[in-house]
Ligand binder design. Structure first.
Ligand code: COA
Length: 213
């Protein structure tokens, strides 16, 4: 198995941010040849080529990049309630999360904290009004009304990163509709106390958010 030192990694963290944030383009490699059999099998469950490439890149980040980054032979996982994969044993002090969207997969890593990351392609088809009605609080809906699709995707990615940091995902309606997120590069969301960083990346084509709890 090729350990993949040559994969072009993009470092998306800004100076001073308390996390590692790396991204790979899903077409950066033929992932199957770089994965151990179990990871390859997970990636190859997908028949759609784009989904398969995203899954391959995600498996590579989890099974090749992450152990190397932590100086471990391999990392072990356990699954939290609502399915959040968490690092276990030798890596348990680290928070890790990843997100796939469009042609990229991004991974976030932080020591001593739970972390969530979300990437959204702004070209993604989304019924902004209907989705906003379902998941945004009144204050967030007002921001979307004023700021349109750009505001929608900024808030959507922030909310998803926050929900992923907490590990509850979209399942917890109490958290989902009660947050008071703002359009800001950095904020501490007042109802959950989750810290959220937010910006556009890749020539403004994607919204990115990282949340730490
Ligand atoms: C977790 C969740 C937010 C992912 O959203 P998504 O837009 O499909 O996917 P993303 O690309 O941003 O993230 C996927 C990654 O998040 C991680 N993940 C999975 N479940 C997670 C959870 N509960 N919390 C945080 N991260 C999670 C995984 O690493 C996954 O990638 P992988 O399968 O390649 O390892 C969403 O599936 C969810 O809310 N799940 C919780 C269960 C739930 O609410 N189900 C009902 C949905 S309405």
């Amino acid at each position: 198995m090729d350990c993949g030192i040559d994969i072009p990694l993009q470092d998306w963290a800004l100076p001073g941010e308390p996390f590692r944030l790396v991204a790979v383009a899903t077409d950066a490699a033929d992932w199957a040849g770089r994965l151990a059999p179990d990871a390859r099998e997970r990636a190859e469950r997908f028949t759609d080529p784009a989904a398969r490439a995203r899954a391959g890149a995600a498996e590579w980040l989890k099974t090749v990049w992450l152990p190397r980054e932590l100086g471990l032979e391999r990392v072990e996982w356990k699954t939290g309630t609502h399915g959040k994969p968490r690092l276990a044993r030798a890596a348990a002090e680290w928070g890790f999360n990843l997100s796939h969207a469009g042609d990229y997969v991004v991974a976030a890593l932080a020591q001593g904290a739970a972390i969530g990351v979300d990437l959204e392609s702004l070209t993604r088809k989304a019924d902004v009004d209907a989705l906003g009605e379902r998941v945004f609080s009144a204050g967030e809906r007002a921001l979307v009304q004023a700021g349109g699709r750009a505001a929608f995707f900024a808030l959507w990615s922030q909310k998803e990163a926050l929900l992923k940091a907490l590990g509850c995902g979209w399942a917890n309606g109490n958290v989902v509709r009660r947050t008071r997120l703002e359009i800001a590069d950095f904020q501490t969301e007042p109802t959950t106390r989750v810290r959220v960083w937010s910006r556009r990346v890749l020539d403004d084509a994607y919204s990115l958010a990282v949340a730490i709890f």
